[in-house]
Write a protein that binds this ligand. Sequence first.
Ligand SMILES: NC(=O)C1=CN([C@@H]2O[C@H](COP(=O)(O)OP(=O)(O)OC[C@H]3O[C@@H](n4cnc5c(N)ncnc54)[C@H](OP(=O)(O)O)[C@@H]3O)[C@@H](O)[C@H]2O)C=CC1
Ligand SMILES: CCCCCCCCCCCCCCCC(=O)[C@@H](N)CO
Length: 303
Amino acid sequence: MWNKAWDPKSKNVFITGGSQGLGLALAQLLASKGANVTICSRSEEKLIVALGKVKQSASSTSQKIDYVASDVSTFQGAKRAVDSCQRVPDAVFCCAGGAKPGFFLQQTEEDFQAGMKTDYWTCLATSHAAANVMARNGIKGGKIVLVSSVLGFMGLVGYSQYTPMKHAIRGLAESLRSELQLYGISVHAYFPATILSPGFEEENKTKPKITKQIEGVDEGLTPEVCAKGLLKGIEQGHFFITTDFVSDLFRVSANGSAPSNNWFLDGLIGVVASVGLPIWRILIADRAIKSHVDEHRREMGLK
Ligand SMILES: NC(=O)C1=CN([C@@H]2O[C@H](COP(=O)(O)OP(=O)(O)OC[C@H]3O[C@@H](n4cnc5c(N)ncnc54)[C@H](OP(=O)(O)O)[C@@H]3O)[C@@H](O)[C@H]2O)C=CC1
Ligand SMILES: CCCCCCCCCCCCCCCC(=O)[C@@H](N)CO
């Protein structure tokens, strides 16, 4: 497959969410491999600091390293950002996103709308702008990478504002993988578990105790480790990319008709998942939630 040969050297890459966390780590990694990188996020202040780090990581001074401050949750904002790249991007990484965890009963219409915008619309608007510019400029071997989450394969108490959007990104990735073959553009989706990023620190401020308890099994990976794993997945031509064993279990069990990464290994993982996941759900996750009922009702002041 064409994906296997992908080498970032001299490629023009555009990264949303490039000012911190996964997006910044990826920008630094790709710059260190010789790519021309444009990072994008809303806050110019954060971008200026991040730009310095990406420039330091670059392997040569001739690489173009830029930033563009734009809100990519609208078609206008995403198109403006993608069009502002000095050269048409060969690869676009949609890393912008973030959760505001909380109990379903307490979250507001604004919280749900913010989830749609921050998580789904940033991916939708960026990939729409990117696919148009790549296809219309005859870019060969273009690449669009959408960042979902392991919560794009499953659901967990406290994440109802976020999880459905990450499932939607999976649906978008499958639609685009199929359709963008028309233009030779390959599509990948990344499903990380916990990333130890500034966004994770932020979401922990509103995260219910029960959510922390259940997801605590997963110790998390640094943005740098995730960026490396994501790039490795792209080099291996994986469509659904995962970088830890727990996410492998959920990926394989929710694979549907998506291309698998390795029919033999995924087959074995599938056997472990079909036994392990129901046991985990019944004996660990749902049991923890049921034991939390009384405390929760008191906290919420429910009758
Ligand atoms: N942290 C985690 O545990 C996990 C995260 N993920 C996903 O991985 C991705 C990266 O996460 P993480 O490293 O934690 O990122 P962070 O939350 O630390 O950073 C998010 C980045 O996205 C930017 N951003 C947010 N909204 C917009 C917008 N509307 N337009 C442009 N840029 C925007 C932010 O900058 P600014 O605010 O300046 O715009 C920032 O650069 C996200 O999609 C996240 O949902 C998936 C699984 C686990
Ligand atoms: C044998 C079976 C074992 C199964 C163990 C299952 C453990 C569940 C881990 C859930 C991790 C949730 C990470 C959320 C990441 C995310 O997207 C948020 N942080 C938002 O940013």
